[in-house]
Write a protein that binds this ligand. Structure first.
Ligand code: C2E
Ligand code: MG
Ligand code: MG
Length: 725
C-alpha cells in the first residue's frame, strides 16, 4: 500500500515537473531532486507558480481559452477527458469538441461568462465518437485586450454511471429470483432479498434479526457460521449444496455460495449467502437416476446396479476374509400366469414377489430384478455356505405362500441357484454365471428347490443344514445327555473334580460325539441353546450329588466362544441357573479355551473378574494348543489351567513337549494356579507329571467319561485307583 502510493506520487511528480519546465520555458525556478528513499521533492518559488502546478495536478479538466474559444492551455486531466494529447488540443477551438446543440449552449455560456462566472452541463463529442456529459464552468480573467476564459470541466458521465450502476445493482439484487441473505458473525440475518423470501417462504420481517440456522433442518449439522469462519482463513468463496427448510418444514435442496464480508481492515464481519433453489433439478436427477438404476415395475435394483454391488462385496470380502452368497431366483412356470391370467396380473405377481423378497432379506443384502421373472439376491457377510442355504429355505417358504391378486389365488414355486464367493469365483460376472448354472440345475432337478454351484458344496451344505435342523430338534426333545469324566489326585486317587461332556443320542445314528456337532452348533448359533442346556443339567446333577453327600469338590462345564461373546447373557444365565438349582458358585468351574481368551476384549475380561468375584472358578482348557502364550496366565484372572491332551500324547517320546509341560506346570504353580493334565493314558505319563510336582490328571488312565449311573456309583466310593497300581 505504502509502496504503490509513493510510486504513483513519484510518477505524478515527474510528469508535473516536465510540464512545468515546458510551461515556464526556463523562467520558473523549479528544483527537482530526490530524497534518499527515491521520493521527488519540489520546491517552487512564487505563488503564481504554485497555482500553475496546482492546476496541472487537478483531477478536473482545466483549460485557458481565448475570447473566441481557442484553447491556449489545458491540464493533463482535460486532455484525458477529451481523449487527446495536449499538442493537438492546444490551438484547437472548444467547438471542435461540441455537437451542434452543444455549440449553441457553449456560445451562450461564453456570452454569460463575460459578465460573471457561469456554468452549464454540456455534452462533449470525443474523437472516438463517444459523448461525455460534462459540467463546464467558465470565468473571464485578465483586462483589456489581454482577456481570456478559464474553464473547468468535470466529467459527469463517469459519476452518473457509477451512481446509477450502484442503484441498479441494488434494484437487481432486491428483485432477483436468486436468494441473497446477509448475516453477521453471530449467524443473525441482517438482510435478505425478495428471492430469499420466495425460496424460504418467510417475509423479510420474519427472518431479519433471527438466526440463519432456522433455515436448516434440525438434523443437519452444516453451519453457515462455521463455514464463514472457515472462509476467514482465506479469500475463498464457499460453494456447496445443502438441504434447507422452508417455513412450515418442507425441505428444499439449496445450492449455496457463501461470500465472506470484510471490513476495511480485511476482518470478516459477516457473510452473504447466494441461494439457488435446486429442488426441482434434484428431483429430476433423482428420477433419471432411479430410471437408470432401478427396475421400473418392482423398484428393485437392476442388473447393472446388482453387478456393481457384487463388485463391492467382493472387495469387502477380500479385505475382511468373510464370504457372501449370490442367490439367483426364477419363478417356476411364470409364463403360465401371463398366458392364462394376462400380463397385468403377471405384473402384479412380480411386484408381490419383489415385495416378499425385499421383506425377507437384511438391510445389508441387495435384491434385484434382472427382467422377466428372474431375480437375484446378494447375501452379505456369511460364515459358511449353509448360511446361504438357510436364506434359500426361508425364501422358498415365503414365496410358496399363495399370492392373492384381484381375487385370483396364485401359487408359484421358485427355483434358486446359489454361488458362494470363494477363491474360485474371481469376479462378479463369474459368480453370477455360477449362480445361473446352479439355478439351471435346481430347475432341471424338479424345481421349487435350491442348488449350489458345486456338487461338493451342495452335499456338504445339505448335510450341515440337516444336522442343524436335527440338532435343534434334539435339544428340544431331550436327545442330549451328559457324561462325566473324573479328575483325580495322583497321590491318593481321590476324585477332585468332574468335567461334564455332552453327547447326542441320535435316533438313527446312535451316540454322536461333540467333535462332530459342537462346531456345527457354533456356526449355526445353536451353541447358545446347547450350552445353556448343558450348564443347567450339570449344575442340577451336581446339586443332587451334593445333597447325597457324594459330590466331588467341583464340576467343570465347557463354555464356547460364541456363548462368551454374548457374555452379558451368559452372566445372567449362570446366575439364574445357580439360583434355580441351588448350587453354590464355588462348585462350578467354567472351561474356556485359549482361542476364546484371545478374542476376549477388556469388556469380557471384566466379565471374568465379576464371575470370579461371585465365587465361580475359571479354567483355561486345552492350554498350549495353538497359541501357547504363557502371557494369558498373567493377563486373565484364572484359577486353573488344563494342559492340552496333544502335549501328553508324545510326552515320553518328544523331549520338547516334556519341557513345555514341565515349564507350564512350574509357571502355573508360581502364579498360584492349579494345574490339571488332560488325556493322561499311561503310568509313565503319570510318573513324569508327578515328578514335575503336578498332582491332578484327567484321562483314560483313571477313567473315561462315564454315564450317570456309573459316575454316581463311583462318587459313592470317592476315589479311583488305576489297575496297575
Ligand atoms: P475337552 O473339553 O478338552 O474335553 C476333553 C476331551 O478329551 C473329551 O472328549 C474327553 O473324552 C477326551 N479325553 C479325556 N481323557 C482322554 C484320554 O485319556 N485320551 C483321549 N484320547 N481322550 C481323552 P469329548 O467328550 O469328545 O469332547 C471333545 C470336546 O468337545 C471337548 O474337549 C470340548 O471342547 C467339546 N465339548 C464337549 N462337551 C461340550 C459342551 O458341553 N459344551 C461345549 N461348548 N463343548 C463341549
Ligand atoms: Mg473341556
Ligand atoms: Mg480339554
Amino acid at each position: 500500500m505504502q509502496l504503490s502510493k509513493s510510486a504513483a506520487l513519484h510518477a505524478r511528480a515527474e510528469e508535473a515537473a516536465d510540464v512545468l519546465r515546458a510551461l515556464s520555458q526556463g523562467e520558473v525556478d523549479a528544483i527537482v531532486r530526490s530524497d534518499p528513499s527515491g521520493h521527488s521533492i519540489f520546491t517552487i518559488e512564487g505563488a503564481e507558480h504554485s497555482y500553475s502546478l496546482m492546476v496541472e495536478m487537478m483531477s478536473e479538466g482545466a483549460a485557458t481559452l481565448t475570447m473566441d474559444g481557442t484553447i491556449i492551455y489545458c491540464n493533463p486531466s482535460f486532455a484525458k477527458l477529451v481523449k487527446g494529447d495536449r499538442e493537438h488540443i492546444i490551438g484547437a477551438r472548444m467547438h471542435r469538441f461540441l455537437l451542434a446543440k452543444g455549440i449553441e449552449r457553449f456560445d451562450a455560456l461564453m456570452r454569460h461568462a463575460v459578465r460573471e462566472p457561469a456554468q452549464d452541463v454540456i455534452d462533449l463529442l470525443l474523437p472516438d465518437g463517444s459523448v461525455a456529459i460534462t459540467h463546464v464552468a467558465l470565468a473571464i480573467v485578465g483586462v483589456g485586450g489581454n482577456q481570456n476564459f478559464i474553464q473547468v470541466v468535470t466529467n459527469l458521465s463517469e459519476l452518473t454511471r457509477a451512481e446509477s450502476a450502484r442503484g441498479n445493482l441494488a434494484r437487481i439484487v432486491e428483485a432477483s429470483q436468486v436468494g441473497i441473505i446477509v448475516q453477521d458473525l453471530n449467524g443473525i440475518v441482517t438482510s435478505c432479498n425478495r428471492g430469499a423470501e420466495a425460496i424460504y417462504g418467510y417475509t423479510q420481517d420474519e427472518i431479519v434479526g433471527r438466526p440463519i440456522s432456522i433455515l436448516r433442518p434440525a438434523d443437519r449439522k452444516e453451519d453457515l457460521v462455521a463455514l464463514v469462519a472457515r472462509g476467514a482463513r482465506g479469500d475463498d468463496v464457499l460453494h456447496y449444496e445443502a438441504v434447507h427448510m422452508r417455513k412450515g418444514g418442507r425441505r428444499i435442496d439449496a445450492d449455496l455460495t457463501v461470500v465472506p464480508l470484510r471490513d476495511e481492515n480485511g476482518a470478516i464481519v459477516g457473510a452473504s449467502t447466494i441461494i439457488y433453489d435446486i429442488s426441482e433439478r434434484k428431483r429430476a436427477e433423482e428420477q433419471v437416476w432411479q430410471m437408470a438404476n432401478y427396475d421400473f415395475l418392482t423398484k428393485l435394483a437392476n442388473r447393472g446396479v446388482f453387478v456393481e454391488t457384487l463388485g463391492q462385496a467382493i472387495a469387502r470380502a477380500r479385505r475382511s476374509n468373510r464370504s457372501f452368497g449370490v442367490l439367483y431366483l426364477d419363478i417356476d412356470h411364470f409364463k403360465d400366469v401371463n398366458d392364462t391370467l394376462g400380463h397385468p396380473i403377471g405384473d402384479l405377481l412380480l411386484q408381490g414377489f419383489a415385495e416378499r423378497l425385499r421383506a425377507s432379506i437384511r438391510a445389508t443384502d441387495t435384491a434385484a430384478r434382472f427382467g422377466g421373472d428372474e431375480f437375484a439376491v446378494t447375501q452379505a457377510d456369511i460364515r459358511e455356505p449353509a448360511d446361504a442355504a438357510v436364506l434359500a429355505n426361508k425364501l422358498l417358504k415365503v414365496l410358496s405362500e399363495p399370492f392373492v391378486i384381484q381375487g385370483n389365488e396364485i401359487r408359484t414355486g421358485t427355483s434358486i441357484g446359489i454361488a458362494v464367493y470363494g477363491s474360485d469365483s474371481p469376479d462378479a460376472e463369474a459368480l453370477l454365471s455360477h449362480a445361473d448354472v446352479a439355478l439351471f440345475r435346481a430347475k432341471s432337478e424338479g424345481r421349487a428347490t435350491y442348488r449350489f454351484f458345486t456338487d461338493a458344496m451342495d452335499s456338504e451344505v445339505r448335510k450341515r443344514v440337516t444336522m442343524v435342523a436335527e440338532l435343534r430338534q434334539a435339544i428340544a426333545s431331550g436327545e442330549l445327555f451328559l457324561v462325566y469324566q473324573p479328575q483325580v489326585d495322583i497321590r491318593n486317587g481321590a476324585i477332585v473334580g468332574l468335567e461334564a461332556l455332552v453327547r447326542w443320542r441320535h435316533p438313527t445314528r446312535g451316540v454322536v460325539f461333540p467333535d462332530e456337532f459342537v462346531p456345527i452348533a457354533e456356526m449355526s448359533g445353536l451353541i447358545v441353546k446347547l450350552g445353556s442346556w448343558v450348564l443347567h443339567e450339570a449344575c442340577r446333577q451336581m446339586k443332587v450329588w451334593l445333597d447325597a453327600g457324594t459330590s466331588p469338590p467341583l464340576i467343570a462345564v465347557n463354555v464356547s466362544g460364541m456363548q462368551f461373546k454374548s457374555s452379558a447373557q451368559l452372566e445372567d444365565e449362570i446366575a439364574t441357573v445357580l439360583a434355580e438349582t441351588g448350587l453354590p458358585p464355588s462348585r462350578l468351574e467354567l472351561e474356556l479355551t485359549e482361542s476364546v481368551l484371545m478374542e476376549t476384549s477388556i469388556q469380557h475380561n471384566d466379565v471374568l473378574i465379576r464371575l470370579r468375584k461371585a465365587g465361580i472358578r475359571i479354567a483355561i482348557d486345552d492350554f498350549g494348543n495353538g497359541y501357547s502364550s504363557l502371557d494369558y496366565l498373567r493377563r486373565f484372572p484364572v484359577d486353573r489351567i488344563k494342559i492340552a491332551q496333544n502335549f501328553i500324547l508324545e510326552l515320553t517320546s518328544n523331549p520338547s513337549n516334556a519341557m513345555i509341560v514341565k515349564a507350564a506346570i512350574g509357571l502355573a504353580h508360581e502364579l498360584g494356579l492349579f494345574v490339571v493334565v488332560e488325556g493322561v493314558e499311561t503310568a509313565e505319563q503319570v510318573a513324569l507329571i508327578e515328578s514335575w510336582g503336578c498332582h491332578q490328571v484327567q484321562g483314560y488312565r483313571f477313567s473315561k467319561p462315564l454315564l450317570l449311573p456309573e459316575i454316581t456309583a463311583l462318587l459313592r466310593i470317592g476315589k479311583i485307583v488305576p489297575l496297575s497300581a
